[in-house]
Each structure stands twice: as structure tokens, then as C-alpha cells.
Design a protein around this ligand. Structure first.
Ligand SMILES: CC(C)(COP(=O)(O)OP(=O)(O)OC[C@H]1O[C@@H](n2cnc3c(N)ncnc32)[C@H](O)[C@@H]1OP(=O)(O)O)[C@@H](O)C(=O)NCCC(=O)NCCS
Length: 221
């Protein structure tokens, strides 16, 4: 992946690097997930690791991706309004491409100990998106990102999940700085960044696309 700054200079190591080993995971009751019919034990992470990595907010359950998420992920990502702003490769090559995307997201949890959660709406038990942390090799920093199913936009779901991701990053992962890389033509995403306390930091070119980097320091919250 090629990353350059607005001035064209080569990208250098980010100022803040999160701890690579998550500590002090909060405990999580499995009953709530069972009540919602959400499988926890399947997939690459062990059941206990999945429980430690999962979170609950007022309206949402947040857990690492499972193979069972393939169909909802395809539904969410194949919407042109959703895909147009995505930096993480979406489902461009049918089910196999979707599987690769899912494997990328699940593998991030294995390799980093944190990643993006599958977002489940408690009221319906539907998978309505993916929100959370993203920091593959060479990424300009620890990113908090969000994708929500088109039919659920403007209900505050991205913000609710992203606030939990910010807490998770600062309290459990050990991060001191978070970024979100956003297409400047994506006002909804910019609004989510602002609502979680991020402010504009700089412009970057990532894989040929100009993005605005919003960020937040741990001290701010
Ligand atoms: C960006 C995205 C995740 C937002 O999800 P969401 O659940 O609708 O977000 P929220 O409801 O928490 O917040 C959206 C905010 O944008 C505002 N908004 C909606 N349309 C807007 C527009 N055209 N211009 C400016 N703000 C807008 C909403 O009013 C809301 O702000 P408010 O709470 O102050 O009223 C969703 O639109 C999405 O998945 N987009 C496609 C994927 C994407 O762009 N991901 C981000 C990549 S950086």
C-alpha cells in the first residue's frame, strides 16, 4: 500500500503506536448474546477470547466477525451508496471476494488482538454493520472505522458503536491516539468523526485516493 502526505513526502512511522498486546479486557456476560441468538463459540477466536473482545451498548451488540456474517456483509457492502467511500476492500468479486474481506477482518483480530466488530441491533438481532479498530501493516495509525447498513442510517448507530470503539482503544488496547481516514466528500462520516470528538488533522493520499485524517488524543476524553 502506498501512502503519501499532502505535500508528497514519504510516509513515516506514526507518532503514536498502540500497544500490540491488549490488556485488562472487561468481562462480558454471554447470556445477552445467547438471548439474541448470536453464536459466540464458532470461528477462529476461542469462546473466551470472543467474550473478552465483545461489547454491549444501549442498542447494540458488538463482537468479532464470524463466518455466519458472510451473507449480511454481502448485503451491506453491495449497496453502491455504502461501497463508494470504503477503503477496506469490499465485495467486488462475488462471494469469494466477500469471504476474503471477512477473512481480512477476522484475521486482524488474530494478528493484532483487536479489530472491527460486527454490529448487531439488539431490537431485531440483525447484523447492521461493522465498526471498530483497523491497523494493518503500514497503516498510518490506529484507525476507528464504521460501516452501517443503508436502511439503518441516521439512527445514531455508527456513533454509538464508534464511541465504544474509542473506549476500547484507549482503555483496553492501550492506544493514546486514534485516527479516522475519511473521503472529504463523505459528510455523514465526517459528522460521526466529529460526534466522537475527532478533529481534522491532515490530508493523506492512500492507494491513490485523497483522504482527510481526523483524530483524537486519549487526553481529550
Ligand atoms: C458513515 C455511516 C457509517 C454513518 O452511519 P450512521 O449510523 O448513519 O451514523 P449516525 O447516525 O451515527 O450519524 C450520522 C450523522 O450524519 C448526519 N448526516 C446525515 N446525512 C448527512 C449529510 N448529507 N450531510 C451532513 N450530515 C449528514 C446525521 O444527521 C447524523 O448527525 P446528527 O446525529 O448530528 O444528526 C454510514 O452512512 C455508512 O455506512 N456510509 C457508507 C460507508 C462509509 O462511508 N463508511 C465510512 C468510511 S470513512
Amino acid at each position: 500500500m502506498e501512502i503519501s502526505t499532502a505535500s508528497g513526502s514519504a510516509y513515516s512511522r506514526p507518532k503514536h503506536r498502540p500497544a500490540q498486546t491488549p490488556v485488562n479486557w472487561a468481562t462480558q456476560r454471554s447470556r445477552t448474546f445467547k438471548e439474541c441468538g448470536t453464536p459466540l463459540a464458532r470461528g477462529a477466536l476461542t469462546r473466551s477470547a470472543r467474550l473478552r473482545a465483545s461489547r454491549e451498548t444501549e442498542r447494540l451488540l458488538l463482537r468479532p466477525p464470524l463466518s455466519a456474517d458472510l451473507d449480511p456483509y454481502i448485503e451491506i457492502h453491495e449497496d453502491p451508496e455504502v461501497r463508494q467511500h470504503l477503503l477496506i476492500p469490499a465485495t467486488s468479486a462475488g462471494r469469494l471476494g466477500a469471504w476474503r474481506t471477512l477473512a481480512l477482518l477476522a484475521g486482524h483480530w488474530q494478528l493484532r488482538g483487536y479489530g472491527q466488530w460486527t454490529v448487531i441491533e439488539k431490537a431485531t438481532h440483525d447484523v447492521i454493520g461493522r465498526v471498530g479498530l483497523w491497523n494493518p501493516e503500514g497503516w498510518p495509525g490506529l484507525e476507528v472505522g464504521w460501516v452501517v447498513r443503508r436502511s439503518r442510517w441516521s439512527n445514531g448507530f455508527a456513533t454509538e458503536a464508534a464511541r465504544e470503539a474509542v473506549r476500547f482503544a484507549f482503555e483496553d488496547v492501550g492506544a493514546t491516539h486514534l485516527i479516522s481516514m475519511i473521503d472529504p466528500g463523505n459528510p455523514r462520516s465526517i459528522r460521526v468523526a466529529e460526534k466522537i470528538g475527532e478533529t481534522f488533522e491532515r490530508t493523506l493520499t492512500v492507494e491513490g485516493r485523497t483522504v482527510h485524517v481526523y483524530g483524537i488524543e486519549k487526553a481529550v476524553i
